[in-house]
Design a protein. Structure first.
Length: 155
């Protein structure tokens, strides 16, 4: 597949992201995390380390409160999260990761660390550092000089 030279980087970034997510989920399935979907990884980013309310998770993922509630139900049913009383609001709940949820995060971090090390072997550590810095700079320039904290999936 060839792209027009004036915007080749955009589809390459998207293809790279898709490749990483696909490879990660194949790896995670082999470790017994075959019930985790890509969107769940984005949810885990918000839930770690202190948990979040359903409303906070919905806002972070840019989904409806109902969709967030359904995701939480699924993750709770599969042992990744638990609901606990919210000390700031006795009527509400805080969703936190279980040991299985933290295990999933640790395995993901290990996989991504190994992947980036492989990339550094291919292009060299200097170019890898430059790639990180350049992408960070472009993302910050597009977001008013800040690195966004929300890590939303592309639906």
């Amino acid at each position: 597949m060839e792209f027009a030279p004036n915007y080749e980087l955009t589809p390459l970034l998207m293809l790279g992201s898709r490749t990483v997510i696909d490879d990660l989920h194949k790896h995670m399935a082999a470790l017994g995390y075959d019930d985790v979907r890509p969107a769940h990884g984005f949810a885990f980013q918000r839930l770690a380390p202190y948990g979040a309310t359903g409303n906070e998770l919905a806002e972070f993922l840019d989904i409806t409160k109902q969709a967030a509630s359904e995701m939480i139900d699924y993750l709770e049913k599969h042992g990744y999260v638990t609901r606990q009383p919210n000390p700031a609001d006795k009527r509400g709940k805080i969703v936190t990761l279980t040991e299985r949820g933290w295990g999933c995060i640790r395995e993901t971090e290990a996989f991504l660390t190994r992947l980036e090390a492989q990339w550094a072997e291919i292009i060299g550590p200097r170019r890898m550092a430059e790639l990180r810095a350049d992408l960070r700079q472009l993302i910050m320039a597009a977001n008013g000089g800040i690195l966004p904290h929300k890590f939303r999936p592309v639906w």
